[in-house]
Design a protein around this ligand. Structure first.
Ligand code: VG1
Ligand code: CO
Length: 548
């Protein structure tokens, strides 16, 4: 088999976003596009990590359109670049958390995950590539910057001239000098879950006849994992996992587990004869949504509840070293940390910022308001982990989701919270809005809006406590003296136009005032957000596209 060296040209005009390179499938299908990114990645690794010759990497994806073709290209390029072994999920399937798990357990150099996460798939949808490092976590800025820099200089890539590899049969085969090892996509991950949670108690709960659950895998990657865990190992009846077959176009849906896109599940949990518990996950399985009967748990509250009850799960019996949350995530977890006497870290948006804290043993549980929670068991957010954690807690406490949540609010107070997304805003308009806000920042302090007074206003900057690296411009924050907050930032994961995210939060200590609808409780803040940022005027949109 011959290694071909193909001439190419620099190709990226923008640094890869919050989680890797995410573009339309049609962009990835352009000649040399995927190849350029993969070669830039290998070249950067050579500089940062040292020789990649003979190293092992993990490879898999969420099964979306172009997954299989991309896997074949990457295998041939890995072989041409001297990689020693690639562990590839059977059929090209590996969820993001499972990839992280396999990288760590096999002590691989890193892994390549093919996914655009919660973005729609299919020939007209999105595709994506993210590189994860040795600790199993997303590449930190240092690595993504190196990849971007290399992409601007690249002039050739290497690929093996060979026929396609069988990735559907477990076992090893050779591609040139490289070993291709097709691994079971589910086993290692499922065993890790078994080591963390009380499967006997969850089994009792799910087979008691008094508790019904429904898991919506949204035709994305978690189907096989959820079936193995809930239906096979934990005794839940067949059919508990819905939309459990990964499809290239996710069945035409948008595999984003929120109240808008996971409407089928929402209808079930808010309908007649609703089950006790519902959950959904996203394209690549790192996000989760938790629902009770007629009850929605905000991701920020979910993080706080898991932290407060962590010792009920065997894997966290000894307590937590610390909690970390992304900046726009509500401060509900901070209150739990304060009560537990442990630190709570505030990081920029994106899971990569938790990596150092987890590696250093300073945080055990982390979370983002965007339906992401996980712990130090891997270095990615983990949708099914959160679902199992909730089931473990409910099994021990024998409470409904709603009871558990209300009891939590009585103890810690309630952080009313909502996120407004304005998707598909013209990029120029979004930039104008953000720069307008920026210009106003210095004038806001002390300004009154009705009974509220601005306590601080800034553009969030983060200094990593472990390696001292600084990340600037991570979102505009306006904090009020009563503890409420408004945060504005532009998404780094969209592929068309800009997405403006507005995050609203207000604390309520008194139990008698904790029953409001969040939209009602936050109405004043929403009005202030519009007044300060001129959202409707500048975006030209009367209402957000998604409210969470
Ligand atoms: C969004 C979320 C962020 C999350 C990121 C990746 O980023 O807000 O919290 O880490 O997606 O999630 P942005 O820049 O669009 O706001 V996933 O499930 O795509 O890996
Ligand atoms: Co995801």
């Amino acid at each position: 088999m011959k290694v071909e060296t193909i001439k190419t040209k620099p190709f990226l005009d923008q640094k890869p976003g919050t989680s890797g390179l995410r573009k339309l499938v049609t962009v990835f299908q352009q000649p040399h596009y995927l190849e350029n990114f993969i070669q830039s990645t290998f070249d950067s690794l050579e500089t940062i990590e040292g020789p990649i010759k003979g190293q092992t990497i993990v490879l898999g994806g969420d099964g979306r359109y172009y997954n299989r073709q991309a896997i074949q290209i990457i295998l041939k390029m890995a072989a041409a670049n001297g990689i020693g072994r690639v562990k590839v999920g059977r059929g090209g399937i590996l969820s993001t958390p499972a990839t992280s798990c396999v990288i760590r357990q096999s002590q691989s150099l890193g892994g390549i995950i093919l996914s655009a996460s919660h973005n729609p798939g299919g020939p007209n949808g999105d595709f994506g590539v993210k590189y994860n490092i040795r600790n199993g976590g997303p590449a930190p800025e240092k690595v993504t910057e190196a990849i971007f820099a290399r992409s601007k200089e690249i002039d050739y890539y290497k690929i093996l001239e060979a026929s396609d590899v069988d990735i559907d049969t477990l076992g090893e085969s050779k591609l040139g000098d490289m070993v291709v090892e097709v691994i079971d996509s589910v086993n290692d991950y499922a065993s890790l879950m078994e080591a963390l949670f009380d499967f006997d108690r969850i089994h009792d709960l799910l087979t008691s006849g008094a508790f019904r659950m429904c898991m919506d895998s949204m035709h994305a990657v978690t189907g096989p994992y959820a079936q193995a865990l809930f239906e096979q190992r934990l005794g839940a009846p067949a059919g508990t996992v819905q939309n459990g077959v990964p499809l290239e176009d996710f069945g035409g849906g948008h595999p984003d587990p929120n109240l808008v896109y996971a409407h089928d599940l929402v209808d079930v949990l808010f309908g007649e004869n609703a089950p006790d518990f519902g959950a959904a996950s996203d394209g690549d399985g790192d996000r989760n949504m938790i629902l009770g009967r007629q009850f929605f748990v905000t991701p920020s509250d979910s993080l706080a509840v898991l932290a407060a009850n962590a010792t009920l799960a065997p894997g966290y019996r000894d307590g937590l070293a610390g909690i970390a949350r992304s900046m726009p995530t509500s401060q509900a977890a901070d209150r739990v940390a304060a009560q537990l006497g442990i630190p709570c870290y505030e990081t920029p948006t994106g899971w990569k910022f938790f990596g150092n804290l987890l590696d250093a043993g300073q945080a055990t549980i982390c979370g983002e308001e965007s339906f992401g929670t996980s712990s130090n068991h891997i270095r990615e957010k983990d949708g099914l982990w959160a679902v199992l954690f909730w089931l473990n807690i409910l099994a021990v406490k024998q409470q409904s989701v709603q009871q558990l949540m209300q009891e939590h609010w009585q103890t810690y107070g309630r952080n009313y919270y909502s996120r407004y997304d304005y998707e598909g805003v013209e990029s120029d308009r979004a930039a104008t809005l953000m720069s307008g806000l920026h210009a106003k920042l210095p004038t806001l302090k002390g300004k009154r809006f009705g009974p509220r007074e601005v306590d601080y206003s800034d553009d969030f900057s983060y200094t990593d406590p472990i390696d001292g690296s600084v990340s600037q411009n991570q979102g505009i924050r306006i904090g009020f003296t009563d503890g409420s907050r408004i945060v504005f930032r532009l998404s780094g994961t969209g592929t068309q136009g800009a997405t403006l995210r507005v995050y609203l939060e207000q604390y309520e200590a008194e139990a008698s005032k904790q029953h409001l609808d969040p939209q009602q409780a936050l109405a004043d803040l929403i009005a202030i957000a519009d007044e300060v940022a001129q959202i409707r005027t500048l975006t030209g949109m009367e209402t957000p596209t998604v409210i969470t």
